[in-house]
Every structure is written in structure tokens, then in C-alpha cells.
Ligand binder design. Sequence first.
Ligand code: CO8
Length: 264
Amino acid sequence: MSQTHFDNLQLEIAAPLATITIHRPQVLNALSPATMEDLDRAIAAIRERQDVRAVILTGAGDKAFVAGADIGAMATITPIQAQAFAARGHAVLQNLEALPVPVIAAVNGFALGGGCELAMACDILLAAESAIFGQPEVNLGIIPGFGGTQRLARRVGVGQARLLTYTGKRIDAREALRIGLADQIFPLESLLEEAKKLATEISKKSAPLAVAACKRLIAHGADIDLATANAFEVSTFANLFASQDQREGMAAFLEKRKAEFKGE
Ligand code: CO8
């Protein structure tokens, strides 16, 4: 197991799992520009590791996942600096989305503004029953700037996205689950354990190239027409028949044994 302490987060790698914990408890894990750079470094470190099969992203403490972008760091910035911060935030979240392994958000408390946007850039969003979600930017005179208007609308539909972004209201985990913002909810005490259970299940039972292919197809398919997306599915399906994992998976089934996938 390896642990890397960045200034604003911790990265623990215990292959096949990696866990990123945003660690700025004094500001409820708010995202400063330096935190986004640390996050990008952690993502790059994970990308280097062939033995990591799933990532968990959470916040330090039991109160907040991430309470938003750091308002103190944003209060006096210029439009040019705001543009740079938002653009960089988008790039980092795209790097997170581009990891070939599933990223599971374990939302352990407030996920507001940039925190909600960070959680939505993950593949699967698990939340504590005590979690609180919202895009409160309009209450600060700004709008979501890390993809909130876009990922939220794609995730929960334009109606719910309008309700949340126009009012800035907070919703609890049950409401987040009802509208499809959260995928599953658990008591806070068992959230991390459940996230690890899911990550381990995917890591141990599922063929890595196949999981990566599902991830790519679902992510890109949402933004293109159905016929084109289905055509990508057909060619990706066919390509997997060039993998050792396909031969191993099918042989193991026929021989009634557990498959040993290598991601090759
Ligand atoms: N930024 C900076 N500091 C914060 C933030 C934040 N987002 N959230 C909380 N803190 C700080 C508080 O100021 C407080 O510090 P101190 O102890 O020094 O007073 C400490 O964390 C604890 O917070 P509270 O005392 O407020 O705790 P409460 O339990 O009373 O309230 C809340 C918790 C409801 C979460 C409250 O802290 C809150 O409303 N926070 C702000 C939430 C918010 O508005 N988030 C959205 C920010 S904007 C954004 O995310 C834009 C994203 C796109 C950026 C684009 C780049 C240009």
C-alpha cells in the first residue's frame, strides 16, 4: 500500500483500489486552484498504475464531501482569472472522466457547487444518507463553472437542473436519489465500506478492458445520435474478441471456473 500526501488531498493506493480524499477540513474541503492541481496530479499518478482497477473519491471528515469551489479564493478574482479557473477545473474533471477505470464518488456530506460538479464527473455516485447536494452559485451572483449546467442537466434532465440551478436550493440524499443525481445511498458509517465493496467487486470480477469499453461508450454515447453510438458499440464489441480477457472469460465459464482477467 502507498500513501501520498499532497497539500490538499491524500492519495492511497492499495491495488487494485485507489482512494483520493480531498483534505481541507478547515473549509469543508472547498476546492482552491491549488486543490485542483493536486487532484490533477493524483489522477496522473493513478493513470500510471496498471494495477489500479477502480478509484474512490471522497472528502475528509464526516461533514463535507466538498462544499464548493473556495469562495475566499474566488471573491476578488478578475474575469480573466475566473475564466482560467473554470477552464482548468473543466480540464481536470475531464481528466478524471478519462481515466480508463471506474471512479466511484463516496459523497460523505455537503456536495455543493463545485463539490456537486466533482461528484457528477465520477462514474457512480454513492452518497451518505446525511449528504446534502446543491448548485448554490446563483446565491453568490455566479453560475456553476465546473460543468454544473451541463452534467446536471444530462444527469437529471433539464427540468430538475433548472429547479436546482435557478433556486440554488439544497436537497438531501433521498431527493438526490429520487431525481437520479445519486445512484445509491447508505448510512454514513457504512458509505466508504460500501464504496470499497463495489470497487472491489468490479476490480475482481469484471474484465478491465470490457469495463473501460462500457465506460467510454456510455460517456460518449450520451452526446451523439443513437445510430452512431450503436455503431461504436458494434465495433467495440468486435474489438474485444481480440483480447485475452474475452478468451479467458468464455473459457472459464465453459470450464466452470473463476476467470483470471489480465486486462490484455
Ligand atoms: N469556500 C470557502 N470556505 C468555505 C466554503 C467554500 N465553498 N464552504 C465552507 N467554508 C468554510 C466556512 O467559511 C467556515 O470557515 P470559518 O470556520 O473560517 O468560518 C468553515 O468552512 C465551516 O463552514 P460553516 O461554518 O459555514 O459551516 P456550516 O455547517 O454552518 O455550513 C455550509 C455549512 C452550508 C456548507 C456552508 O459552509 C456554506 O454554505 N458553504 C458555501 C457553499 C457554497 O456556496 N458553495 C458553492 C461555492 S461556488 C462554486 O462552487 C462554484 C464552482 C465553479 C467555480 C468556477 C471557477 C470560476
